[in-house]
Design a protein around this ligand. Sequence first.
Ligand SMILES: [Zn+2]
Ligand SMILES: [Zn+2]
Length: 402
Amino acid sequence: MISAPPELLSDLTELYQDLHRHPELAFEEHRTAARVADRLRALGCETVEGVGGTGVVGVLDRGEGPTVLLRADLDALPVTERTGLPYASVHDGTAHACGHDLHTTWLIGAATLLARRYTEWSGRLLLVFQPAEETGRGARAMLDDGLYERFGTPAVAFGQHVGPGPAGRIGYRRGVTMAAGDAIRVRLRGKGGHGSMPDATVDPVVLAAATVMRLQTVVSREIAATDPAVLTVGSMHAGTKANIIPAEAELGLTLRSVEPAVRERALAAIERIVRGEAAASGAPEPDIELQFGFPALVNDEHIADAVLAAFTEHFGKERVVPSALIPASEDFGLLTDGGRIPAAYWFVRGSDPVAYAEAQARGRVAESIPTNHSPYFAPVLDPTLATGVETLAVTALAWLAR
Ligand SMILES: [Zn+2]
Ligand SMILES: [Zn+2]
Protein backbone atom coordinates (compact mmCIF):
# COMPACT_ATOMS: atom_id res chain seq x y z
CA MET A 1 0.00 0.00 0.00
CA ILE A 2 1.56 3.26 -1.11
CA SER A 3 -0.11 6.27 0.46
CA ALA A 4 0.93 9.86 1.03
CA PRO A 5 1.80 10.39 4.73
CA PRO A 6 0.58 13.56 6.56
CA GLU A 7 4.07 15.08 6.71
CA LEU A 8 4.39 14.83 2.89
CA LEU A 9 0.88 16.22 2.39
CA SER A 10 1.60 19.29 4.51
CA ASP A 11 4.85 19.89 2.59
CA LEU A 12 2.96 19.51 -0.70
CA THR A 13 0.18 21.84 0.49
CA GLU A 14 2.79 24.53 0.99
CA LEU A 15 4.23 23.91 -2.48
CA TYR A 16 0.75 23.95 -4.04
CA GLN A 17 -0.29 27.18 -2.33
CA ASP A 18 2.96 28.84 -3.39
CA LEU A 19 2.46 27.79 -7.04
CA HIS A 20 -1.17 28.87 -6.87
CA ARG A 21 -0.19 32.34 -5.59
CA HIS A 22 2.34 32.78 -8.39
CA PRO A 23 0.72 31.59 -11.63
CA GLU A 24 2.64 31.99 -14.89
CA LEU A 25 1.30 31.91 -18.45
CA ALA A 26 2.36 29.51 -21.22
CA PHE A 27 6.14 29.49 -21.86
CA GLU A 28 6.63 32.01 -19.04
CA GLU A 29 6.71 29.37 -16.27
CA HIS A 30 10.25 30.30 -15.13
CA ARG A 31 9.59 30.52 -11.40
CA THR A 32 7.44 27.38 -11.44
CA ALA A 33 10.07 25.46 -13.42
CA ALA A 34 12.82 26.54 -11.01
CA ARG A 35 10.81 25.32 -8.00
CA VAL A 36 10.15 22.00 -9.73
CA ALA A 37 13.81 21.56 -10.67
CA ASP A 38 14.93 22.23 -7.07
CA ARG A 39 12.55 19.58 -5.81
CA LEU A 40 13.67 17.04 -8.39
CA ARG A 41 17.36 17.59 -7.62
CA ALA A 42 16.65 17.15 -3.92
CA LEU A 43 15.11 13.74 -4.74
CA GLY A 44 18.28 12.69 -6.56
CA CYS A 45 16.77 12.93 -10.05
CA GLU A 46 18.89 13.71 -13.08
CA THR A 47 17.22 17.09 -13.79
CA VAL A 48 17.23 19.10 -17.00
CA GLU A 49 15.54 22.50 -17.32
CA GLY A 50 14.67 24.42 -20.47
CA VAL A 51 13.35 21.43 -22.43
CA GLY A 52 10.98 22.86 -25.05
CA GLY A 53 11.25 26.37 -23.57
CA THR A 54 10.29 26.22 -19.90
CA GLY A 55 9.76 22.45 -19.58
CA VAL A 56 11.58 20.40 -16.94
CA VAL A 57 12.51 16.71 -17.13
CA GLY A 58 13.51 14.56 -14.17
CA VAL A 59 14.81 11.01 -14.47
CA LEU A 60 14.89 8.48 -11.63
CA ASP A 61 16.87 5.48 -12.84
CA ARG A 62 16.73 2.24 -10.84
CA GLY A 63 18.30 -0.05 -13.41
CA GLU A 64 16.74 -2.90 -15.35
CA GLY A 65 13.11 -2.40 -16.40
CA PRO A 66 10.77 -0.31 -18.56
CA THR A 67 10.68 3.48 -18.78
CA VAL A 68 7.43 4.95 -17.46
CA LEU A 69 6.52 8.53 -18.32
CA LEU A 70 4.45 10.58 -15.87
CA ARG A 71 3.38 14.01 -17.09
CA ALA A 72 2.19 17.22 -15.44
CA ASP A 73 1.61 20.65 -17.01
CA LEU A 74 2.88 23.93 -15.56
CA ASP A 75 0.99 26.86 -17.06
CA ALA A 76 -1.81 29.12 -15.81
CA LEU A 77 -4.52 31.04 -17.66
CA PRO A 78 -5.25 34.70 -18.46
CA VAL A 79 -8.12 34.79 -15.93
CA THR A 80 -8.62 37.01 -12.87
CA GLU A 81 -9.14 34.79 -9.85
CA ARG A 82 -12.31 35.34 -7.80
CA THR A 83 -12.08 32.43 -5.35
CA GLY A 84 -11.28 34.65 -2.35
CA LEU A 85 -8.83 32.00 -1.13
CA PRO A 86 -6.08 33.13 1.24
CA TYR A 87 -3.58 31.76 -1.31
CA ALA A 88 -5.30 33.31 -4.37
CA SER A 89 -3.20 34.60 -7.25
CA VAL A 90 -1.22 37.74 -6.53
CA HIS A 91 -1.18 38.55 -10.27
CA ASP A 92 -4.29 40.28 -11.55
CA GLY A 93 -5.32 38.70 -14.84
CA THR A 94 -3.41 35.43 -14.34
CA ALA A 95 -4.65 32.44 -12.35
CA HIS A 96 -4.32 28.69 -12.05
CA ALA A 97 -7.95 28.32 -13.12
CA CYS A 98 -7.29 24.95 -14.78
CA GLY A 99 -5.52 23.37 -11.81
CA HIS A 100 -2.13 22.78 -13.43
CA ASP A 101 -0.53 23.89 -10.15
CA LEU A 102 -2.16 20.83 -8.58
CA HIS A 103 -0.94 18.61 -11.44
CA THR A 104 2.61 19.81 -10.81
CA THR A 105 2.28 19.25 -7.06
CA TRP A 106 0.85 15.75 -7.58
CA LEU A 107 3.76 14.72 -9.75
CA ILE A 108 6.32 16.08 -7.26
CA GLY A 109 4.45 14.15 -4.55
CA ALA A 110 4.44 10.90 -6.52
CA ALA A 111 8.14 11.31 -7.39
CA THR A 112 8.87 11.86 -3.68
CA LEU A 113 6.99 8.71 -2.65
CA LEU A 114 8.65 6.63 -5.38
CA ALA A 115 12.12 7.99 -4.58
CA ARG A 116 11.65 7.09 -0.91
CA ARG A 117 10.51 3.56 -1.79
CA TYR A 118 13.21 2.88 -4.37
CA THR A 119 13.89 -0.65 -3.09
CA GLU A 120 10.40 -1.69 -4.22
CA TRP A 121 10.87 -1.03 -7.93
CA SER A 122 13.28 -1.10 -10.83
CA GLY A 123 13.29 0.61 -14.22
CA ARG A 124 13.20 4.28 -15.18
CA LEU A 125 10.80 7.02 -14.23
CA LEU A 126 10.61 9.84 -16.75
CA LEU A 127 9.01 12.82 -14.97
CA VAL A 128 7.81 15.36 -17.54
CA PHE A 129 6.76 18.86 -16.45
CA GLN A 130 5.33 20.33 -19.62
CA PRO A 131 4.90 24.05 -20.33
CA ALA A 132 2.13 25.72 -22.34
CA GLU A 133 -0.65 23.14 -22.34
CA GLU A 134 -3.27 25.87 -22.58
CA THR A 135 -1.94 27.16 -25.90
CA GLY A 136 -1.61 23.61 -27.26
CA ARG A 137 2.09 24.13 -27.97
CA GLY A 138 3.99 22.77 -24.98
CA ALA A 139 4.02 19.03 -25.71
CA ARG A 140 5.03 19.73 -29.32
CA ALA A 141 7.83 22.03 -28.12
CA MET A 142 9.25 19.35 -25.80
CA LEU A 143 9.11 16.70 -28.55
CA ASP A 144 10.77 19.09 -31.02
CA ASP A 145 13.48 19.70 -28.43
CA GLY A 146 14.33 15.98 -28.51
CA LEU A 147 12.43 14.78 -25.42
CA TYR A 148 12.60 11.12 -26.44
CA GLU A 149 15.99 11.28 -28.22
CA ARG A 150 17.59 12.80 -25.12
CA PHE A 151 15.76 10.97 -22.33
CA GLY A 152 14.66 7.72 -23.97
CA THR A 153 11.33 6.65 -25.46
CA PRO A 154 8.99 5.46 -22.71
CA ALA A 155 7.23 2.08 -22.80
CA VAL A 156 4.07 3.75 -21.53
CA ALA A 157 2.86 7.29 -20.69
CA PHE A 158 0.42 8.56 -18.06
CA GLY A 159 -1.26 11.87 -17.30
CA GLN A 160 -4.17 13.18 -15.25
CA HIS A 161 -6.35 16.26 -14.81
CA VAL A 162 -8.29 17.73 -11.91
CA GLY A 163 -11.90 18.58 -12.67
CA PRO A 164 -15.37 19.02 -11.21
CA GLY A 165 -17.03 16.12 -9.39
CA PRO A 166 -16.99 14.87 -5.80
CA ALA A 167 -13.42 15.09 -4.45
CA GLY A 168 -11.83 11.70 -3.85
CA ARG A 169 -13.35 10.14 -6.95
CA ILE A 170 -11.39 9.19 -10.05
CA GLY A 171 -12.99 9.21 -13.50
CA TYR A 172 -11.60 6.96 -16.23
CA ARG A 173 -12.46 5.85 -19.76
CA ARG A 174 -11.25 3.27 -22.25
CA GLY A 175 -10.67 4.44 -25.83
CA VAL A 176 -11.33 8.05 -26.86
CA THR A 177 -11.19 10.19 -23.72
CA MET A 178 -10.86 13.78 -24.91
CA ALA A 179 -11.64 15.45 -28.24
CA ALA A 180 -9.23 16.50 -30.96
CA GLY A 181 -8.63 20.27 -30.82
CA ASP A 182 -7.86 22.68 -33.65
CA ALA A 183 -7.38 26.44 -33.45
CA ILE A 184 -7.84 28.38 -36.68
CA ARG A 185 -7.24 32.05 -37.39
CA VAL A 186 -9.00 33.63 -40.34
CA ARG A 187 -8.01 37.00 -41.79
CA LEU A 188 -10.71 38.42 -44.03
CA ARG A 189 -9.60 41.18 -46.36
CA GLY A 190 -11.93 43.84 -47.68
CA LYS A 191 -11.40 47.34 -49.00
CA GLY A 192 -11.63 50.13 -46.44
CA GLY A 193 -13.30 53.49 -46.88
CA HIS A 194 -15.85 56.01 -45.58
CA GLY A 195 -18.87 54.70 -43.70
CA SER A 196 -21.15 56.88 -45.81
CA MET A 197 -19.88 55.40 -49.11
CA PRO A 198 -19.98 51.60 -48.82
CA ASP A 199 -20.29 51.32 -52.60
CA ALA A 200 -16.63 52.32 -52.86
CA THR A 201 -15.53 49.59 -50.42
CA VAL A 202 -15.68 45.85 -49.75
CA ASP A 203 -17.00 45.74 -46.20
CA PRO A 204 -15.16 43.05 -44.14
CA VAL A 205 -17.56 43.55 -41.19
CA VAL A 206 -20.52 42.32 -43.23
CA LEU A 207 -18.32 39.60 -44.71
CA ALA A 208 -17.25 38.49 -41.19
CA ALA A 209 -20.87 38.47 -39.97
CA ALA A 210 -21.99 36.34 -42.93
CA THR A 211 -19.03 33.98 -42.45
CA VAL A 212 -19.75 33.51 -38.72
CA MET A 213 -23.40 32.68 -39.45
CA ARG A 214 -22.56 30.29 -42.28
CA LEU A 215 -19.94 28.51 -40.13
CA GLN A 216 -22.80 27.51 -37.80
CA THR A 217 -23.93 25.09 -40.53
CA VAL A 218 -20.68 23.07 -40.52
CA VAL A 219 -21.66 20.91 -37.55
CA SER A 220 -25.45 21.23 -37.89
CA ARG A 221 -25.68 20.47 -41.64
CA GLU A 222 -22.52 18.60 -42.63
CA ILE A 223 -21.67 16.30 -39.71
CA ALA A 224 -23.81 13.29 -38.80
CA ALA A 225 -25.78 13.60 -35.56
CA THR A 226 -23.98 10.49 -34.27
CA ASP A 227 -20.53 12.10 -34.59
CA PRO A 228 -19.57 14.51 -31.79
CA ALA A 229 -18.18 17.84 -33.02
CA VAL A 230 -18.20 21.46 -31.83
CA LEU A 231 -17.23 24.56 -33.79
CA THR A 232 -17.03 27.90 -31.97
CA VAL A 233 -16.04 31.32 -33.28
CA GLY A 234 -14.58 32.64 -30.05
CA SER A 235 -13.12 35.92 -31.28
CA MET A 236 -14.04 38.50 -33.90
CA HIS A 237 -12.15 41.74 -34.38
CA ALA A 238 -12.68 44.51 -36.92
CA GLY A 239 -12.71 48.24 -37.16
CA THR A 240 -11.96 51.25 -34.94
CA LYS A 241 -14.76 53.78 -35.45
CA ALA A 242 -18.42 53.89 -36.51
CA ASN A 243 -17.88 55.91 -39.69
CA ILE A 244 -14.88 53.98 -41.05
CA ILE A 245 -15.28 50.77 -43.02
CA PRO A 246 -12.16 48.83 -42.05
CA ALA A 247 -9.89 46.99 -44.47
CA GLU A 248 -9.79 43.72 -42.53
CA ALA A 249 -11.56 41.50 -40.04
CA GLU A 250 -10.13 38.65 -38.01
CA LEU A 251 -11.90 35.55 -36.65
CA GLY A 252 -10.62 32.99 -34.13
CA LEU A 253 -12.17 29.50 -34.36
CA THR A 254 -11.90 26.40 -32.25
CA LEU A 255 -12.95 23.00 -33.58
CA ARG A 256 -13.43 19.91 -31.38
CA SER A 257 -14.04 16.48 -32.87
CA VAL A 258 -13.38 12.81 -32.18
CA GLU A 259 -13.16 10.83 -35.45
CA PRO A 260 -10.28 11.77 -37.78
CA ALA A 261 -12.62 11.69 -40.80
CA VAL A 262 -15.01 14.13 -39.09
CA ARG A 263 -12.12 16.44 -38.24
CA GLU A 264 -10.93 16.42 -41.88
CA ARG A 265 -14.43 17.05 -43.16
CA ALA A 266 -15.06 19.94 -40.78
CA LEU A 267 -11.68 21.56 -41.54
CA ALA A 268 -12.40 21.30 -45.27
CA ALA A 269 -15.90 22.78 -44.77
CA ILE A 270 -14.47 25.73 -42.78
CA GLU A 271 -12.01 26.50 -45.57
CA ARG A 272 -14.69 26.18 -48.27
CA ILE A 273 -17.11 28.49 -46.42
CA VAL A 274 -14.49 31.13 -45.58
CA ARG A 275 -13.25 31.26 -49.18
CA GLY A 276 -16.79 31.04 -50.57
CA GLU A 277 -18.11 33.93 -48.48
CA ALA A 278 -15.11 36.06 -49.45
CA ALA A 279 -15.80 35.32 -53.11
CA ALA A 280 -19.50 36.12 -52.63
CA SER A 281 -18.52 39.54 -51.22
CA GLY A 282 -16.11 40.23 -54.06
CA ALA A 283 -13.30 40.35 -51.46
CA PRO A 284 -9.67 39.33 -52.00
CA GLU A 285 -8.59 35.80 -50.96
CA PRO A 286 -8.64 35.46 -47.15
CA ASP A 287 -5.80 33.94 -45.08
CA ILE A 288 -6.66 30.77 -43.16
CA GLU A 289 -4.07 29.65 -40.64
CA LEU A 290 -4.20 26.45 -38.59
CA GLN A 291 -2.52 27.79 -35.43
CA PHE A 292 -2.34 24.45 -33.71
CA GLY A 293 -4.08 21.12 -33.93
CA PHE A 294 -3.80 17.89 -32.04
CA PRO A 295 -5.57 14.55 -32.29
CA ALA A 296 -8.13 13.08 -29.91
CA LEU A 297 -6.69 11.66 -26.69
CA VAL A 298 -7.14 7.89 -26.81
CA ASN A 299 -6.66 5.59 -23.83
CA ASP A 300 -5.06 2.31 -24.87
CA GLU A 301 -7.63 -0.29 -23.78
CA HIS A 302 -5.14 -2.77 -22.27
CA ILE A 303 -3.29 -0.03 -20.43
CA ALA A 304 -6.55 1.56 -19.22
CA ASP A 305 -7.71 -1.82 -17.90
CA ALA A 306 -4.46 -2.34 -16.00
CA VAL A 307 -4.66 1.18 -14.52
CA LEU A 308 -8.28 0.61 -13.56
CA ALA A 309 -7.37 -2.65 -11.80
CA ALA A 310 -4.57 -0.90 -9.88
CA PHE A 311 -6.90 1.99 -8.87
CA THR A 312 -9.70 -0.34 -7.83
CA GLU A 313 -7.33 -2.33 -5.63
CA HIS A 314 -5.86 0.80 -4.04
CA PHE A 315 -8.90 3.09 -3.70
CA GLY A 316 -11.81 0.64 -3.69
CA LYS A 317 -14.31 0.42 -6.50
CA GLU A 318 -16.75 3.07 -5.25
CA ARG A 319 -14.08 5.78 -5.77
CA VAL A 320 -13.31 4.79 -9.38
CA VAL A 321 -16.12 5.79 -11.73
CA PRO A 322 -16.57 5.80 -15.53
CA SER A 323 -16.14 9.24 -17.10
CA ALA A 324 -18.07 10.72 -20.02
CA LEU A 325 -16.22 11.72 -23.18
CA ILE A 326 -14.82 15.21 -22.56
CA PRO A 327 -15.28 17.68 -25.46
CA ALA A 328 -12.28 19.69 -24.20
CA SER A 329 -8.83 18.87 -25.59
CA GLU A 330 -5.39 18.08 -24.23
CA ASP A 331 -2.03 18.00 -25.97
CA PHE A 332 -0.96 15.02 -23.80
CA GLY A 333 -2.00 12.84 -26.77
CA LEU A 334 0.97 14.20 -28.75
CA LEU A 335 3.31 12.52 -26.25
CA THR A 336 2.04 9.14 -27.49
CA ASP A 337 3.86 9.80 -30.77
CA GLY A 338 0.82 9.17 -32.94
CA GLY A 339 -0.37 6.29 -30.74
CA ARG A 340 2.95 4.38 -30.90
CA ILE A 341 3.45 4.81 -27.14
CA PRO A 342 0.47 3.32 -25.27
CA ALA A 343 -0.97 5.75 -22.78
CA ALA A 344 -3.73 6.42 -20.29
CA TYR A 345 -5.16 9.66 -18.95
CA TRP A 346 -7.75 10.05 -16.20
CA PHE A 347 -9.57 12.68 -14.13
CA VAL A 348 -9.29 13.32 -10.41
CA ARG A 349 -12.42 15.00 -9.07
CA GLY A 350 -11.85 18.06 -6.91
CA SER A 351 -15.19 19.69 -5.93
CA ASP A 352 -16.34 19.94 -2.32
CA PRO A 353 -18.35 16.68 -2.00
CA VAL A 354 -21.06 18.23 0.20
CA ALA A 355 -21.63 21.19 -2.14
CA TYR A 356 -21.57 18.81 -5.10
CA ALA A 357 -24.16 16.47 -3.58
CA GLU A 358 -26.43 19.45 -2.76
CA ALA A 359 -26.10 20.83 -6.29
CA GLN A 360 -26.86 17.40 -7.70
CA ALA A 361 -29.94 17.00 -5.51
CA ARG A 362 -31.25 20.35 -6.77
CA GLY A 363 -30.34 19.51 -10.39
CA ARG A 364 -28.07 22.56 -10.50
CA VAL A 365 -24.56 21.14 -10.95
CA ALA A 366 -23.86 23.15 -14.14
CA GLU A 367 -24.93 26.43 -12.48
CA SER A 368 -23.35 26.05 -9.05
CA ILE A 369 -20.17 23.97 -9.38
CA PRO A 370 -17.30 25.96 -10.94
CA THR A 371 -15.56 24.18 -13.81
CA ASN A 372 -11.98 24.47 -15.01
CA HIS A 373 -11.23 27.91 -16.51
CA SER A 374 -13.83 29.59 -14.26
CA PRO A 375 -12.49 32.45 -12.07
CA TYR A 376 -14.10 30.56 -9.14
CA PHE A 377 -12.41 27.19 -9.86
CA ALA A 378 -10.81 26.00 -6.62
CA PRO A 379 -10.25 22.29 -5.93
CA VAL A 380 -10.61 21.25 -2.29
CA LEU A 381 -7.25 19.91 -1.17
CA ASP A 382 -8.49 17.18 1.13
CA PRO A 383 -8.57 14.51 -0.26
CA THR A 384 -7.82 15.75 -3.82
CA LEU A 385 -4.13 16.32 -3.12
CA ALA A 386 -3.52 12.82 -1.71
CA THR A 387 -5.68 11.18 -4.40
CA GLY A 388 -3.68 12.60 -7.32
CA VAL A 389 -0.34 11.74 -5.70
CA GLU A 390 -1.46 8.17 -5.11
CA THR A 391 -2.98 7.63 -8.59
CA LEU A 392 0.41 8.40 -10.15
CA ALA A 393 2.47 6.42 -7.62
CA VAL A 394 0.18 3.39 -7.78
CA THR A 395 0.22 3.44 -11.60
CA ALA A 396 4.02 3.72 -11.80
CA LEU A 397 4.42 0.85 -9.35
CA ALA A 398 1.98 -1.29 -11.35
CA TRP A 399 4.59 -1.19 -14.16
CA LEU A 400 7.82 -1.01 -12.17
CA ALA A 401 7.33 -3.06 -8.98
CA ARG A 402 9.97 -5.75 -8.45
ZN1 LIG B 1 -7.28 24.31 -19.28
ZN1 LIG C 1 -5.82 21.90 -18.04
